[in-house]
Design a protein around this ligand. Structure first.
Ligand code: 6MZ
Length: 367
């Protein structure tokens, strides 16, 4: 996918050797949403087929038919970077396009290929996340099975699935999603954990606690989008931290009390630089909370979030680390190895051996 915006600028400022270094560095992608990572060409093909099939728009997404049609037209045009601040409105159209098992399989295959195929795959290990959806032709269990069917092409050393629980879900749906996650994990499928995601201001987190506790007892990892916007109350952040998550998504607006807890629990923070800049939750790289975690030598994982709207890639995100200020953080190769391979905390069952690299020499042995 074409890389634009801040990651594109950072990438263009690097030397060929630096780009090659990033491409060959073993990297784990731990925060990527399936439906936010579908290559635009695949979505546009699906949209063209959808429109020409004359199928009625899928109104179960909660949007009016006109709104879905408008969003689809935006997809066909290719959304601009300016539209991204309200990018949540794109998802209902994407969901309409991936609402059959065939279309979902095709989209998943394209996402996995984007991250894992090619001479220099974006990442060596991927924990892909997605929210189980019920459609006219799929139950939530079927949705997860279709996604897992595509993951099986790569094997557990390369990819695991995180089942996302949306903040808007009611108790019935939460129960169903968790049961599906537990059942499929019990069948030996690579369901590695559960996530809390969705509109950061939606939902009452008190009703989620028991589901995350149950997930942990079932041996599933837990990662939570937390304190993503300035409006998330501090009390909610503390409530979410009390679920004992293994990792945190964004964690942009932690106050001192929350920061202290995260430091004590040594909870790995998933950092999505471009996402935060484009969603305008962080004004500049100088203001980014990654600076705090780097100073504290706290475990972090560099991630993309949604490469479709954010027009980035994992290589682009690492380019932001390496580019000289003000385009990036001016980090050295050894510092990149540190964040890419030593810091990360997987919620998957074991650390794949290719992520055990310790230093630049071992890294160079592989090139
Ligand atoms: C919170 C996000 C997100 O699950 O349908 N999602 N939730 N914050 C974000 N960062 C800005 N980016 C994506 O993928 C799309 C869904 O992921 C969540 C939203 O709930 C979105 O609907 P799946 O595969």
């Amino acid at each position: 996918m074409a890389i634009a915006g801040p990651a594109g600028e950072a990438l263009r400022s690097l030397t060929e050797d630096q780009v090659k270094f990033i491409k060959t560095l073993p990297k784990a992608e731990l925060h990527a949403h399936l439906n936010g990572s579908i290559p635009i060409s695949v979505l546009q093909d699906l949209a063209r087929e959808y429109v020409s099939s004359g199928a009625p728009p899928v109104s179960e997404t909660g949007l009016s038919n006109e709104a879905i049609q408008a969003a689809m037209n935006r997809l066909l045009d290719g959304p601009t970077l300016d539209e991204i601040s309200h990018f949540f409105t794109l998802f209902p159209a994407i969901y309409a396009l991936t609402s059959t098992p065939e279309a979902l399989a095709r989209a998943t295959r394209a996402v996995l290929s984007e991250f894992l195929d090619g001479e220099y795959p974006q990442c060596t290990y991927l924990e892909l996340r997605s929210t189980p959806k019920e459609t006219l032709t799929m139950s939530r269990e079927k949705y997860v099975r279709v996604v897992l069917g595509e993951l099986a092409r790569y094997g557990v050393q390369r990819v695991g699935l995180v089942v996302s629980l949306d903040r808007r879900m009611g108790e019935d749906v939460l129960r169903e999603c968790l049961d599906v996650a537990k059942k499929l994990k019990g069948e030996g499928e690579p369901v590695v954990g559960v996530d809390l995601c969705g509109d950061p201001m939606a939902g009452d987190m008190a009703s989620f606690q028991k589901y995350f506790e149950e997930a942990k007892s079932a041996g599933l990892g837990v990662t939570l989008h937390i304190a993503e916007t300035v409006n998330n109350p501090a009390s909610e952040t503390l409530q979410l931290l009390s679920f004992s998550p293994d990792r945190l998504g964004h964690a942009t607006f932690l106050d001192d009390v929350a920061k202290k807890l995260v430091a004590e629990q040594n909870t790995c923070v998933e950092i999505c630089l471009t996402s935060n800049l484009l969603c305008k939750t962080v004004p500049t790289l100088d203001d980014h909370h990654i600076n705090h975690y780097l100073r504290e030598n706290h475990p972090i994982a560099i991630c993309t979030d949604d490469i479709l709207p954010f027009r980035t890639s994992l290589v682009g995100e690492y380019a932001l680390l390496m580019a000289q200020p003000p385009l990036g953080f001016g980090m050295s190769e050894d510092e990149l190895i540190q964040v890419g391979t030593r810091d990360i905390v997987l919620i998957g069952p074991e650390l794949p051996s290719h992520l055990h690299k310790q230093n630049k020499e071992e890294q160079e042995d592989d090139i």
